[in-house]
Structures are given as structure tokens and as C-alpha cells.
Design a protein around this ligand. Structure first.
Ligand code: 4NP
Length: 159
């Protein structure tokens, strides 16, 4: 099983939404027996909490099931996850500080966004619903790109 971990700061907005979108995509493509995912935050503020209510609303209005409890990223996660996908450069710095190698098992999410491969997934926490809608669109494109990358690198197209 190829394991993917999405990482943001609080693990209540961006990374649980990425987890929900990517899980939905894996089910849709019939790849959920070969690839799985989870999410975590670099901070410990929201351990054990549900995603933010605006995150849940955003998933539900796009018909994506969402179910996650906040957990904090730890260096041991590098043993369990083949890919650690971070949302912004501050997450990248925090994760690389704990190990991992950029471009090998650690990537910025928007590296997989064909519309803008050099940007970050902006933190929507202090903004309004439009910020969440924007994050949803970015994550949807990036999840498609990430899955294509994994399919290519692990020859999953033959299954
Ligand atoms: P996230 O957003 O990293 O996308 O989950 C945030 C959630 C909580 C906080 C900051 C960002 N916070 O400061 O509690």
C-alpha cells in the first residue's frame, strides 16, 4: 500500500480537506486498495478535533465525505508514509526539520497543480468562505496531479 500524508499547520482546514478529496478520487478510480492517505498538522493546537465547520461545509457542498480527527505530524511519520505533501513553505520548513527529503518523499502540494506549480495552498483560517472555495479548487487540481504522479512512478496504470 502506498501511503500519502497531507500536512498543514492546524490539521483542521487544508490537510483534512486534501485527505477527503484524495480519498474520494482514489475510490472513484478504484485505486483505494493500492493507495491510501491521512493528514496531520505541524502544530498541536487541534489534536483530536473534527475539521473546522467551514471545512466540513466545503466538503459536503461538493459531495465529498469527510471524517478526520486532528493529529500532529511527528518524525516517525516518515517511516509510515511514502509521500508527505505539505501546503506551504512554512509547513515545508517544519517537516524538513524533522527529516525527509524534498522532491523524494516531501513535496509542496502545488507542485502537482498544473495551473501554477510554484505557489502555495493559502491558509483560509482567518478569511471567509470564498477562501475555502478557492482552497477546494486548488486541492482538487493538485490531487488529480498528485495521483497522476503516483500512478506513473509506481506503474499503477497496469492494474
Ligand atoms: P490549517 O489552518 O493549517 O489549514 O488547518 C489553520 C488552522 C488553525 C490555525 C491556523 C491555521 N490556528 O492558528 O489555530
Amino acid at each position: 500500500m502506498i501511503q500519502v500524508l497531507f500536512v498543514c499547520l492546524g490539521n483542521i482546514c487544508r490537510s483534512p480537506l486534501a485527505e477527503a478529496i484524495f480519498s474520494d478520487l482514489l475510490r472513484e478510480k478504484g485505486l483505494n486498495k493500492l493507495v491510501s492517505c491521512n493528514s496531520a498538522g505541524t502544530a498541536g493546537y487541534h489534536i483530536g478535533e473534527n475539521p473546522n465547520p467551514r471545512t466540513i461545509d466545503t466538503a459536503r457542498k461538493n459531495s465529498i465525505p469527510i471524517n478526520h480527527k486532528g493529529r500532529q505530524f511527528a518524525s516517525g511519520d516518515f517511516n509510515n508514509f511514502h509521500y508527505v505533501i505539505v501546503m506551504d513553505s512554512s509547513n515545508l520548513r517544519d517537516v524538513l526539520y524533522k527529516g525527509g527529503e524534498r522532491g523524494k518523499n516531501v513535496f509542496l502540494m502545488r507542485y502537482f497543480d498544473p495551473s501554477d506549480r510554484n505557489s502555495e495552498v493559502p491558509d483560509p483560517y482567518y478569511g471567509g468562505q470564498s477562501g475555502f472555495d478557492n482552497v477546494f479548487d486548488i486541492l482538487s487540481r493538485s490531487c488529480e496531479g498528485l495521483l497522476k504522479y503516483i500512478e506513473t512512478h509506481h506503474n499503477l496504470n497496469e492494474h
